[in-house]
Write a protein that binds this ligand. Sequence first.
Ligand code: BJW
Length: 255
Amino acid sequence: MRTDRTQKYKLGFHLTRNNRITFLTGAGISAESGIATFRGESGLWEKVDVEKVATPEGFAENPKRAWEWYDSRRTTMKQCKPNKAHDTIAKLEKAGYDVVVITQNIDNFHRDSGSENVIELHGNIWYVRCTRGCGVWEDRTAPMPSLPPLCACGSIIRPHVVWFGEMLDESIVGAAYQRLFDTDLCVVVGTSGVVYPAAGFAEMAKANGAYVVEVNLERTPISSYADESHFGKAGEVLPVLFSEYIKSRADEKNI
Ligand code: BJW
């Protein structure tokens, strides 16, 4: 049965201790932390040309230009922190539920809030790699001392993220598929559901028997097949949907 609830948030799926829960998250989950989303009126793509900053061709043409954009986002992200939506997911895992987060976000907020089982589809802004192949490493410098940064080998370093037209890491996508084939509850939070392959993940989980819950400000392509959609801010909806389950499991663990 499909339900659209706009006022009262209640999970239409009864969670038990053995359920496998998968969260699919997008930029909307970090919006309340102060991180801009990509699409929509005040989205990042209204301010910058996606072709110039988030494609391999744009980077090759002018690495400094693309890096200036990533550097300013690194600076912003350094000043922001996870919100109640990230915290709720982390608490659910800490309470003992089998939780995996598959995120399109690069902001590291799921890990920062304490989630341990996190699959980052589009990379992580705090990692960089040499364009010549010297490796990938963590670098939390914001702002970067010089742009574009250079590797010890002299080649340009790039952000360790996935741009349009680039393949996602095979092992990462494989891990996501494996989880989606074996999940009871799939909660899709704050994604417009238009960027592939992630846009197809909830439908894949549903085809494999998962109950799909969507949390977003507005309808998306996912709303047409989700078992239930909750229209509201992730930081307000998720705590209401899961607090009862977090509390009961936490109480149980203390006994
Ligand atoms: C709230 C909220 C609040 C706000 N609470 N909600 C199949 C069909 C068609 C095309 C393709 C296809 N397969 C591949 C493609 C091409 C392409 C693609 O999908 N294009 C489409 C746009 C048409 N995909 C790729 O190129 C991918 N590569 C690939 O598949 O390789 C093989 C291949 C290549 C080429 C052709 C064919 C095959 C790679 C995609 C990489 C995406 N990279 C980016 C940048 C990452 C680095 C960075 O951050 O800088 O990833 S683009 C950007 O979009 C970013 C995001 O992760 C991604 C998704 O955005 P997201 O998270 O959904 O954000 P928004 O802004 O769109 O939505 C926010 C939502 O939140 C909204 O709904 C709001 O309402 C909501 N919201 N506040 C709850 N408080």
